[in-house]
Each structure stands twice: as C-alpha cells, then as structure tokens.
Design a protein around this ligand. Structure first.
Ligand code: DX5
Ligand code: ZN
Length: 216
C-alpha cells in the first residue's frame, strides 16, 4: 500500500500542535519535515527545536528532508530531535557516502534525494547504503509548485534498478503531488507520496490523505 507523508512546510505554525493532532488522527504514515538553510535552497524553514516539540506529540514516523549544504554538521542533532528517517541531497559537496553512513550510525533510516536536474545514474554507488530515494518532482525550496512530468521516467528507471538489484528501497516523490500526479508516480513505482498544498490548502485535510491512500 502506498504511504502518505504530509509536508508541514506550509502548515499554520501558530497552530502546529493542532496540525499534528489532526495528522495523528489521519491515515498519514509519515510526517514530512522540510529543513532549509537559505543556502542549498533559496528559502529558510525550521530546525531541530521544532522537531523536538513535534516528537513529543506524535508517534508517526518523522521523515526529515534536509535541503541544507552541510548536513554532515547536523545529522546527530536531527537524530536526537527524534527523526526516524533522514534524507540528504546527493548534490552537496561533502562525500555523500560518508553522510549516509553517519545517518545509519545515528540510528535512523537512510535516505538520499535527487533534484530534478540530477540523473538517476548518480545513485549507482549509493543503492546498497539506503532505505529510501526521494525523487524531487519540483525544484526544491518552496511548496505549491507545479509537478515536473519529465521526472516520471526517472522514477521508473530507479524503480527498475531497485528491482534488478533485489533491494528493499522505497521511492518517495516530493513536489506538486495531487491525485492525478500521485497516480502517475505510483504507476511508475513510487511508494511514498509527499504532499503539502494538496493536503493543507483543502478544507478537509484528512479526506485528502484518505484519497491519496486509495491510490494503487
Ligand atoms: C519542496 C519540499 C516539498 C514541498 C511539498 O522543497 O521538499 O516537501 O513542501 O509541497 P507541495 O506538495 O505543495 O509541492
Ligand atoms: Zn520535502
């Protein structure tokens, strides 16, 4: 069954507690946490102190997506804050294998993410080290952007490589996900759907999550 990971990036932070209470009642599998440093991407979001507070009020899997230039400095901090999965971008300057190892040593599931312009072949040296591949279907930085259709073939390519290697790696898709684009990504092999605006801009977020869960 497909997993759903609501992104709280554009949730109402004055009411974050209520947002998490709502997600606790929902069929969401993960809570997706978009961490931005204003350097790797042109936006700033929140950090580990907020995650610590979220951890206190939910048992959902906390899925951190680090859009930061130097994740190697912060892996232990995010793990201690209560993240279950930590995903870093493969486009950073620090050797990504070292950071993937660091995530594992910190006791978290290991994810690696690709920007839309990064080809699937860049994952070749990383497959044996990861639990999750996060395929960005918009340029990272902001919620509410349009899905980039050209990423579908990349999702299919990664899916067949995972099967060929007989590995248990989830493909997570992130950016511009709605019912139509979610169906297309699942048809190409996506296992986890991140959605921000589709869920939180709607009058009934729980109904949106249920609709995504029905996709197969
Ligand atoms: C973008 C983030 C996404 C984003 C998703 O950099 O990684 O998680 O918030 O938002 P929507 O679903 O609105 O594209
Ligand atoms: Zn994200």
């Amino acid at each position: 069954m497909v997993k759903v990971a609501p992104s709280i990036l554009n949730a109402n932070f004055l009411e974050l507690g209520k947002v998490i209470d709502l997600l606790n009642l929902s069929e969401a599998d993960y809570i997706h946490l978009d961490i931005m440093d204003g350097h790797f991407v042109d936006n700033l979001s929140f950090g580990p102190e907020i995650i610590k507070q979220v951890r206190k009020v939910t048992k959902k899997t906390l899925d951190a997506h680090l859009m930061i230039s130097h994740p190697e400095k912060y892996i232990e901090v995010f793990a201690a804050a209560g993240c279950d999965i930590i995903t870093v971008h493969c486009e950073i300057s620090h050797p990504v294998q070292d950071i993937l190892q660091q995530i594992k040593q910190a006791g978290c599931k290991v994810g690696v993410s690709l920007k839309p312009s990064t080809p699937a072949v860049d994952l070749e040296p990383l497959y044996e080290m990861i639990d999750q591949v996060l395929v960005m279907t918009v340029d990272p930085g902001f919620g509410g952007q349009a899905f980039i259709k050209e990423q579908l073939s990349k999702i299919a390519e990664i899916h067949s490589e995972i099967k060929r290697r007989n590995l248990a790696i989830d493909i997570e898709v992130d950016g511009g996900i709605n019912l139509a684009t979610a169906r297309e990504t699942v048809a190409c092999g996506a296992d986890v759907l991140v959605a921000g605006s589709f869920i939180f801009s709607a009058p009934d977020p729980l109904a949106q999550i249920s609709e995504l869960k029905k996709i197969c």
